[in-house]
Design a protein. Structure first.
Length: 207
């Protein structure tokens, strides 16, 4: 009996699992904070990298069809990367490739898989988050780059993605949380009902 007890002590001393309680939390994933205040959201995003690519790019970024040829203002994207520092956004966007554009309608096919031209960089002067609903199921957001974007956003409960439904300043009505959830068809864009998908989905990771 003594030999059996001694063997058990040796096994535990060597660090094998299953020997009593485990107080080691090193293997547990980090706790996700509550996103119920502006500060909690901004503090969580600080120092993070937000990446939008592939199917996470909406068909109507900023409310405009990705298939529409608007010249330098076209909304066909290959990817967008946002780094957050000092509560501001540094945005690097790479255009996709518009193919088969009809010269009459200016409508073509956005190929997101092929980058076109050099990336464009925009540094925000201010990012304003307001009217945060419980755990960021919706919050109002406006971003000033010299030009402004405004709309509403949300963060997933696990903190892995942020969704931004954005429009250019003074072009959209009903794009706030008081009007509905992110992506709700409550938006009037340039005086017309907007029924497209403008939800930009970004994965959140450390820089």
């Amino acid at each position: 009996m003594k030999k059996k007890l001694l063997s058990a002590v040796v096994v535990c001393a060597l660090g094998f699992i299953g020997c009593g309680g485990d107080d080691d939390d090193t293997n547990k994933p980090p706790a996700v904070p509550k996103f119920d205040t502006v500060d909690n959201i901004q503090n969580y995003l600080e120092g993070k990298k937000l990446v939008m690519e592939g199917d996470n790019i909406p068909a109507f970024p900023n409310g405009f069809s990705e298939d529409l040829d608007l010249g330098a203002n076209s909304q066909c994207y290959h990817d967008t990367v946002i780094t957050v520092s000092s509560r501001n956004f540094k945005v690097v966007s790479t255009a996709g490739t518009l193919r088969n554009v009809d010269p009459q309608t200016k409508i073509g096919d956005c190929d997101r898989t092929v980058a076109n031209g050099s990336p464009q960089t925009f540094d925000s002067k201010a990012v304003l988050i307001e009217n945060v609903k419980a755990d960021a199921s919706c919050f109002d957001i406006s971003i000033d780059y010299g030009f402004k974007q405004e709309g509403r956003g949300s963060i997933s409960a696990d903190g892995k993605t942020i969704t931004l439904e954005l429009y250019f300043e003074n072009q959209a009505l009903g794009a706030d949380c008081a009007s509905g959830a992110v992506g709700a068809q409550t938006v009037t864009l340039n005086s017309k009902p907007f029924t497209g998908n403008a939800k930009q989905v970004y994965t959140i990771s450390a820089q």
